[in-house]
Design a protein around this ligand. Sequence first.
Ligand code: MN
Length: 284
Amino acid sequence: VSNNPVGIHYQVFTSVWQGAEMDRTARRAADAGFDFLELTCIDADGFDVKGTQAVLSACGIGAMLSTAMLPENDVASPDRTISTLGEEHLMRTLEIASELEAPWLVGLTHSAWAKASEAPTAAGRANSVDALRRVTARAEELGVAMGLEVVNRFENNVLNTAAQARAFIDDVGSPQLHIHLDSYHAHLEEAGQAEAVEACGDRLGYVHFGESHRGRLGAGSVDFAAYAGAVVASGFDGPVAFEAFSPNIVGDEFAPLLCLWREQWQDSDAVAAHAREFIAQRIT
Ligand code: MN
């Protein structure tokens, strides 16, 4: 039996993480059998740390924190001023993760979440590596592990493959830094799902289960038998989280960022319960 903690992204249920919606969402995730909620902090100033702590404690569910930078605070910008804003953002989200007792900070921790119009620059990548050395030193002090999410070419231009992420980790040189792999992104960029997992080797730290169209698991073209088979074969015992997004649920702010142009599902509780069972059958 696997010991992997299994979680779900909060936006499977709701567009906002605030007010009474936090408690409602955490209870739905717990009811569907998940061990943790993955919360996303893009606006550190607007994140309700105290309210989140209270909800997690009341609902008996854990949290993992994910984040993303935007072009205006991209740590991988060749512009030092912009890169420094990104570093400050990562430092703040690390503190928030620590305050939430979230063992992981994952997602776009290496560069901006945006469709790039040009190739990444050596100077920008060097700024990110340099910043991540300081950020991971702080992560080590706080006891928060970090994952670099490998993202498809339409949403990022720095880390599109697991091999690129390994090279980036080697350059940073911190044991605190791991690969955050997502089947949805790997589907677009890697030779196959098993190859993607194998390319991470011992640096695999955090696993997303996402379908090719962001919908219900098994209803798209991701080879989950290969993906989960390779994850299990690797002996991975880290967190596994489910993501699926529907425009009517994530709302007007996030739907365009996720390029959600058509509704694929409406019933969050049904999609969540199905995903929990889908993962349990494959990660054993
Ligand atoms: Mn993901």
